[in-house]
Design a protein around this ligand. Structure first.
Ligand SMILES: [Zn+2]
Ligand SMILES: [Zn+2]
Length: 542
């Protein structure tokens, strides 16, 4: 999606659910979202980037009960954990909140009240799983059983191992209590429903115009074409946002979680000049572009529940939903119990964060599944980061530093500017298509061009051919440094730390993080002192 350059942009990344540590499967959403934001800023957009911890729902309550601590303690621990992981990976949110904040409680209440006022919410007695042994209702993850759609083992609100479908309370077959393991019964219980069915026409035209990736739109369209059923939005739980006027009920976690996008925007802007006007610009007056980065497992929630809620409560609608494919490990799905998992923290103890960022986007197209294997990681690092990029940086900077110590005099060749311009255009279209692999491939082909350019010109021969030769050599070196400068700018969104290192070695005084794409075509300044070259990446011995 091409965004008008004068429109402010709000980019959100799906909220991590904070009842466990971050594994690399999580990162498929956050890293590309961060790359997207950095690229938009380079293109000149005014962007705000937010996310936060999803803190409510039954899995956290179950973890807390199992550990004999409060849900707040569980949230506190993993909220901090995720903050640290994002910091280590240079995923730079402008604001990272959490959904148990006062403002999220307040905003959720306001939205639910508005939906009630507009007659989109009604009360109905339904069958809910109940455990006679434990003497309690079993919302969502408190109950396990069979999926009514595919027959696989499912949890109360989701068929997470099988067909991935969202399940409404009472739908699960042969329910069992998750706490004591006994068979559960269905009991009548009063709950509140959102009239999702009345939004079918709205959703189908909304989805026709929604930007983002095709996989999100197509999946959601299928659901709208079939029958949209009303959505149970309350649960018998203590932990969560209270349903207005009912002390025994909280709203379903998928009501207050996306509302976090709104309250985090409010929290970010709080105290800033014109905060209220700004907040309305994003969420009320439709003056900004809203882009959600999510995983394919939560398309239903972001393309159906969420826009219907926003529409019903009179808020601005998201303009694009970008859904990344899931991550597999050695061909298998993530499983903590089977040990098929790679923890981000452990990964970062061994490898530079930029190598992981690079791998995550270069390995496969954003919407396709990514199959992680150590062999494929080593290959990317050794062949591409060391072999192509590291090689270019090393040979050009070492030669330039040794023979000139500064950027030599000379003009930039048309051929070099043309090569840079082509990659710039490729990079922009890659970002507009959310194809981050294309972005990386474009820049790596520029690095490859740089290697060939340097090799062909043989500056090491020129340098020994008198005054004239030295002059010609200087021109080759300056052009090679220009290519490096361009590689730095274009690759900074993917590898911010490493490109910052190269930027300094080029003797640039500015900050590569704030360097705009316009600077690609500005010749590197002759006479600026080059820094001491340093090895960029180390080969990984397998
Ligand atoms: Zn299923
Ligand atoms: Zn029980």
């Amino acid at each position: 999606m091409k965004i008008p350059v004068d429109k402010p942009v709000l980019v959100t990344s799906a909220l991590p659910y904070v009842n466990g540590e971050c594994h690399i499967g999580h990162l498929r959403t956050y890293v590309p979202a961060d790359i997207y934001v950095r690229m938009l800023r380079k293109m000149g957009y005014d962007v705000r980037f937010i996310s936060g911890s999803d803190t409510h729902g039954t899995p956290i309550v179950l973890s807390a009960e199992a550990q004999g601590i409060t849900p707040e303690k569980v949230v506190e621990k993993y909220h901090e954990h995720f903050r640290q992981v994002f910091k280590a990976l240079n995923v730079n949110f402008d604001y990272y909140g959490q959904t148990d904040s006062e403002s999220n409680h307040r905003r959720t209440e306001a939205i639910v009240k508005k939906l009630i006022e507009k007659d989109y919410v009604y009360k109905r007695v339904t069958k809910q799983a109940f455990c006679d042994t434990c003497g309690r209702f079993l919302p969502d993850r408190y109950v396990e059983g069979k999926c009514p759609h595919c027959g696989d083992i499912a949890r109360g609100d989701e068929c997470d191992q099988g067909c991935g479908k969202h399940l409404e309370p009472g739908e699960i077959i042969e329910p069992k209590c998750k706490i004591c393991g006994n068979a559960a019964v269905f009991k009548d219980q009063e709950q509140f429903f959102f009239k999702l069915s009345t939004f079918a026409d709205f959703l189908s035209s909304y989805l026709d115009n929604l930007g983002g990736t095709l996989n999100a739109r197509n999946y959601a369209r299928e659901w709208v074409k079939k029958e949209l059923r009303d959505w149970c939005i309350t649960r018998n739980l203590e932990w969560g946002v209270k349903f207005p006027g009912r002390n025994d009920l909280v709203v379903y976690v998928w009501v207050d979680a996306p509302i976090g996008y709104i309250s985090f925007t409010e929290e970010l802007l709080k105290g800033m000049e014109g905060a209220d006007k700004d907040w309305r610009k994003y969420w009320k007056d439709d003056k900004a572009v809203i882009v959600h980065f999510i995983g394919t497992d939560i398309i239903y929630h972001h393309c159906i529940f969420w826009p219907a809620m926003l529409k019903g409560a009179e808020y601005s609608l998201p303009d694009a939903v970008v859904a990344s494919g899931m991550v597999k490990i050695n061909g298998g799905t993530f499983s903590k119990s089977r040990g098929n998992v790679i923890w981000t923290k452990e990964f970062l103890e061994r490898f530079h964060p930029d190598t992981l960022r690079y791998y995550l986007v270069s390995q496969s197209s954003h919407t396709k599944e990514l199959n992680f294997s150590w062999d494929s990681f080593y290959l990317r690092v050794n062949n591409e980061l060391v072999g192509v990029l590291g090689n270019l940086v090393h040979r050009v900077l070492t030669f330039a530093h040794k023979n000139f110590a500064e950027v030599p005099e000379g003009n930039i060749d048309e051929e070099v500017f043309a090569a840079i311009e082509k990659r710039r255009d490729d990079a922009i279209s890659a970002v507009e298509e959310y194809e981050f692999k294309k972005l990386v491939d474009a820049v790596m082909s520029l690095a490859d061009f740089g290697n060939r350019y340097f090799q062909r010109a043989e500056p090491w021969h020129l340098i020994n051919k008198g005054e004239k030769g030295r002059e010609s050599c200087g021109i080759v070196v300056k052009n090679a440094l220009q290519i490096l400068k361009a590689v730095c700018i274009l690759l900074e969104p993917v590898m911010p730390e490493k490109m910052s290192e190269v930027w300094r070695q080029l003797g640039m005084e500015s900050d590569v993080h704030s360097a705009k794409l316009d600077e690609l075509m500005v010749p590197i300044e002759s006479g600026q002192a080059l820094g001491k070259p340093k090895m960029l990446f180390k080969r990984i011995e397998t």
